[in-house]
Design a protein around this ligand. Structure first.
Ligand code: GDP
Ligand code: IMO
Ligand code: MG
Length: 423
């Protein structure tokens, strides 16, 4: 049985959490493959809004097991908070949530290193969520990291101490003002570890392999978005993992020839939180309207998200890199009321018109070239079927399908689970 993938095609926050929740009824296993608590995946149903950071977005369904894969980085402190927030839902976490022994741990000093590194960069900062993501993946690839499986050893605290001591000397190197009480942070960390150890640790690649042999249906859940990919994103303003389809193979141990459908999620416009280039960014009333109507504030940090028109050059690139088979368009409802909409269909790149995503999209190199299309007035949020959608929205969808050469199979018209139109 093939493993389907779901991932973001822009700079994150496309609505992955919502769609994973919607699709979970069709799957036996939901498996997160990369990222960590830098993610904030929002689910809304039965009048409740819930934000998940590390726990996969299938957790509220009885039919599915949720796996945190080896490619994920886990902060036991944040994980504990997530578990505590779930207590009121009376979920059987022990039998519904499995953690890969090969997933790496975010130590308190990784978070401090993230803060020190960002502070030292001044204006050039990445705009990191400061969750310790970069330093943890650095220790992973540098072969110094601590993994969930280490917590099963009697001497894990020795390993922890050696790494934390090394980090302290690295923090000193940065020569920035950083006040912290490591003892306090370590008490919190140990409490988190105790709770994490109550969960089921597994060899997740073996578990997923056997599940495939048994014909179980698996959905791999991505975090962040393709333009934040460490290789293909707008480097260095990216995250530290492979957010694109290949990341699901390394982040779960799934062989490339076992990948089935690739669901690519995008907003009907574009947002970005943190620093870095964003060719279609708006600084006018239109951008403010998108931010206000779309409630564009980071689910993890609460920071305002930058907003702009849909960038088809970037979207095409993401479709290509991921091999997207099905597109899902989110937040069309937010654009209701715009008389005309702009879609960036090419870039003016150093004086020449190009239609591919170039090495450098900094504003001195790239200005967007737009096609204008008619907008729609109707309130989409109460609509429940394809034939209720306004004609101009259907034209917008047709235009995108033609340009991207991939069908749009879901149109989302509001944050709630029910506000989802299948096509
Ligand atoms: P994720 O990180 O990709 O899971 O996305 P986030 O949860 O960070 O951000 C998406 C935000 O948009 C959340 O607040 C969702 O509740 C909300 N949302 C998702 N789909 C829609 C939609 O179709 N319309 C509107 N108005 N909001 C949506
Ligand atoms: P979800 O899964 C949006 C951004 C940060 C910053 C850059 C690097 O909710 O879509 P990091 O903390 O990884 O070192 O930050 O990446 N970023 C996200 N932006 N959604 C996310 O996750 C993000 N995770 C990281 O804002 O610009
Ligand atoms: Mg998010």
């Amino acid at each position: 049985m093939a493993v389907d993938l779901l991932l973001g095609l822009q700079w994150g926050d496309e609505g992955k959490g919502k769609i994973v929740d919607v699709l979970t009824k069709n799957y036996d296993i939901i498996a997160r493959f990369q990222g960590g608590p830098n993610a904030g995946h929002t689910l809304e149903f039965d009048g409740i809004k819930h934000v998940l950071h590390t726990i996969p977005s299938g957790i509220f369904h009885d039919n599915a097991v949720n796996v945190v894969g080896n490619g994920v980085v886990i902060d036991p402190v944040i994980f504990k908070k997530e578990l505590d927030n779930l207590k009121k839902f009376n979920l059987d976490i022990k039998s519904k949530l499995f953690i890969s022994r090969k997933a790496h741990l975010i130590l308190p000093t990784h978070r401090l290193l993230d803060a020190a590194s960002e502070a030292s960069k001044g204006k050039a900062k990445i705009g990191s969520t400061l969750k310790g993501i970069g330093p943890t993946y650095m220790d992973k690839t540098g072969r110094n990291g601590m993994r969930v499986g280490d917590l099963e050893l009697d001497n894990w605290q020795d390993k922890y101490r050696a790494l934390a001591d090394k980090h302290e000397s690295m923090i000193a190197y940065y020569d920035v003002d950083l006040e912290y009480d490591l003892k306090e942070l370590e008490i919190e960390f140990c409490k988190g570890v105790e709770d994490l150890k109550k969960l089921t640790f597994i060899d997740s690649e073996e578990y997923l392999f056997q599940a495939q042999r048994e014909g179980k249906k698996i959905l791999a859940e991505g975090a962040q978005g393709s333009l934040l990919d460490i290789d293909f994103g707008t480097y260095p303003f990216v995250t530290s993992s492979n957010t694109t389809a290949a990341g699901a193979c390394t982040g779960l141990g799934v062989a490339p020839n076992k990948i089935g459908k690739v669901f690519g999620i995008f907003k009907a416009y574009t947002t970005r939180v943190g620093s870095g280039p964003f060719p279609t960014e708006l600084f006018d009333e239109d951008g403010k309207t998108m931010a206000r109507v779309g409630n564009e504030f980071g689910a993890t940090t609460g920071r305002p998200r930058r907003c702009g028109w849909l960038d088809l050059v970037a979207l095409k690139y993401a479709v290509q890199v991921n091999g997207v088979t099905d597109l899902m368009m989110m937040k069309g409802d937010v654009l209701s009321g715009f008389k005309t909409l702009k879609i960036c269909t090419a870039y003016n790149y150093q004086g020449k018109e190009i239609s591919h995503f170039p090495y450098n999209i900094e504003p001195e190199n790239v200005t967007p070239i737009y096609t204008e299309v008619a907008g729609w007035e109707d309130d989409l949020t109460k609509m429940s079927s394809d034939n209720q959608l306004p004609a101009t929205l259907n034209s917008y969808i047709d235009f995108l399908e033609k340009e991207l050469e991939v069908p749009i199979t879901i149109v989302s018209v509001g944050p709630d689970r029910t506000q989802t139109i299948h096509r």
